[in-house]
Design a protein around this ligand. Structure first.
Ligand code: F6R
Length: 595
């Protein structure tokens, strides 16, 4: 995810910004840049790749005396990770950096181009600085021009803008993306997280959505809710959570909004990345992936068939490669990968390309090997995932795949406008359902102490809740090292039920909106064999030993996203009680680049 830093004061600005950006490296980025405004001159430097490239690009520059400065690490969402697309974006006398997504940038860009404004990059961000300078033609009041600019934007943003028209300070705005302003003995600091401010600022203000203004050396005290800065760096990176995995579980509802942003309006789901005729000849889909990404793919196959009415086959990448699969010319090959570097998935993709199929990657890392190989990519926009056990990557993969099912349904007219509208409303509610409820987390924390022994776990569910059960079992085994398997609940009687006794823990996924009674019968069969039952449902269940109560949702996809969070928290809390290293479980790597 992108990182922002800014500074107002007399310290040497280049090294200060580079230091701040280094503190944000853990968030992941693919290009970086900085701009310094001092003695009325604007100096801008940008580079692709690591920060050492930026350091090299500005090695002969040293800033002296009072000035203002902004710096940025970019995680590509609109436009490739090139130097031209790196921030800051500069118009004639102003520079801007931005985190988030401007949903209506194309409309703004077109209006500006009609006024002969020339754009250099493919980014959504560049419109901000041009619009600001354009607005300044109508008023001499810079703050007014800035506010007018911000009020034209739709989407999520944390924005810093510097301009030769007001060289004593920095314009800022926040909506949906984090932004912190700090004050220290040597000046004013800005950042997208408090880690870069440690050692520099003593007091901070975490801006609220809607914040917009101009900050100079004298204005910090006018901010409300100023706090003393906690000086533990790792604590700051984890934003107060005990583990990165926990932080990533908690931020899922926020990143899901980013996944969706600029891809949906009142009328439809749309993807700028996909050509209009991309699906014209496509009659079937194969999705190929590994691990958690495979579970997202398998879940999505239910949605593709149900919503888009398109045949969907799902394959584990390591199996696909040597199967000599028969493919059809009207088949689309989709690969799903968080890292974009998974060897099995990459090789399956390369292999299928030799057979001439159309390919589409759903990936979290732009410019990764899989993205470079595929014909088209939909980025999941989860931001860097540090916990080895995948959480927010899964959530965002699910959302992209669900949106894609709807998109194909629209294109193929297998879904009516009315149904499509309903589905989009459910998507927004599903994001809300992915928000961690403190009382649910606390319940799971307390309950986890009863699930530390036994000879194994069965995670059971039906329909789309079967792949979610697989994912719940995978999460648990990855970080607790306990034996856990996912099964379709209807299949228990065909063998696995032989294992049932009081030391078998069954985690039953029981959505009220999808096949509840069918799953209930399967759970009762297990309970009759004395299995210990932990149900996840919004309905009470007499035979359950424990129940994690969900909210009363009106659709099964809301239940899916809430249950996903419950399963992740369950694995987390069991693992913590067992004293394991949650973020770096034994034997596992974040990116599996070997076969
Ligand atoms: C599970 C997990 C792995 C990955 C798998 C594929 O928590 O992280 O199962 O999902 O190794 O990785 P990507 O998605 O990077 O291709």
């Amino acid at each position: 995810m992108c990182g922002i830093v800014g500074y107002i004061g007399t310290r040497e600005k280049k090294s200060l910004l580079l230091h701040g950006l280094k503190e944000l490296e853990y968030r992941g980025y693919d290009s970086a840049g900085l701009a310094v405004l001092e003695q009325e001159e604007l100096h801008v430097f940008r580079a692709t790749g690591k920060l050492k490239n930026l350091e090299h690009a500005c090695k002969d520059f040293v800033s002296e005396g009072f000035g203002v400065a902004i710096g940025h690490t970019r995680w590509a969402t609109h436009g490739k990770p090139t130097e031209i697309n790196a921030h800051p974006h500069t118009a004639t006398f102003s520079s801007v950096i931005h985190n988030g997504i401007i949903e209506n940038y194309q409309e703004i860009k077109q209006n500006l181009m009609d006024k002969n404004v020339v754009f250099c990059s493919q980014t959504d961000t560049e419109v901000i600085v041009h619009l600001f300078e354009e607005n300044l033609k109508e008023t001499s009041h810079t703050l007014e021009a800035f506010k007018k600019t911000i009020h034209s934007l739709k989407g999520a943003y944390a924005i810093l803008l510097i301009t030769q028209e007001a060289p004593k300070g920095i314009y800022y705005a926040k909506q949906g993306s984090p932004l912190v302003i700090g004050q220290g003995p040597d000046g004013i600091y800005f950042s997208s997280s408090d880690a870069p401010l440690i050692g520099y600022a003593t007091h901070v203000c975490y801006l609220e959505d809607g914040a917009i203004g101009f900050m100079d050396n004298d204005s910090f005290s006018s901010l409300s809710d100023i706090k003393t800065l906690n000086s533990n760096r790792l604590y700051a990176q984890k934003e107060g959570f005990r583990y990165f995995m926990e932080k990533e579980i908690y931020e899922q509802h926020k990143v899901l909004l980013e996944t969706m942003m600029g891809r949906m309006d009142e009328e439809e789901v749309y993807f700028e990345e996909i050509n209009d005729d991309f699906f014209t000849d496509i009659q079937r889909i194969t999705i190929c992936a590994c691990g958690t990404s495979y579970h997202a793919a398998l879940s999505a196959s239910y949605l593709f068939e149900r919503i888009a009415k398109i045949k969907c086959n799902v394959a584990i990448a390591s199996e696909w490669r040597y199967k000599e699969p028969i493919v059809e010319h009207d088949e689309l090959f989709i690969v799903v990968s968080q890292s974009g570097e998974t060897a099995d998935t990459l090789e399956a993709l390369k292999n299928i390309k030799t057979q001439g199929l159309k390919t589409l990657a759903i990936c979290n890392v732009d410019n990764s090997s899989i993205v470079r190989e595929a014909d088209t990519t939909l980025l999941t926009r989860a931001g860097i995932e540090k916990g080895v056990a995948s959480t927010k990557a899964f959530a965002t993969q699910m959302m992209v795949l669900w949106m894609l099912a709807l998109y194909i349904g629209q294109k193929k007219e297998t879904i009516s406008k009315e149904e499509s509208k309903k589905e989009r409303a459910i998507m927004l509610r599903a994001i809300e359902a992915a928000k961690v409820l403190p009382q649910t987390h606390e319940k799971i924390r307390r309950l986890s102490k009863r699930y530390l022994h036994g000879h194994g776990f069965f995670f059971i569910g039906r329909d789309i809740f079967y792949p979610l059960a697989l994912e719940g079992a995978l999460k648990l085994k990855e970080i607790s090292y306990l034996h856990a398997e996912g099964y379709p609940s209807g299949d228990m009687k065909h063998g696995p039920i032989a294992l049932a006794d009081s030391n078998l823990f069954t985690i039953a996924l029981m959505p009220r909106n999808l096949l509840y009674d069918k799953v209930k019968s399967n759970v009762e069969e297990l309970a009759a064999r004395d299995a210990t039952i932990c149900a996840i449902s919004s309905l009470e269940l007499e035979v359950a030993d424990d129940i994690i109560i969900l909210k009363e949702h009106s659709s099964y996809m809301e239940e899916f996203f809430e249950m996903m969070v419950v399963l992740q928290l369950f694995a987390l809390e069991v693992s913590i009680r067992l004293g394991n290293d949650v973020d770096m479980p034994r034997n596992l790597a974040k990116s599996v680049t070997v076969e």
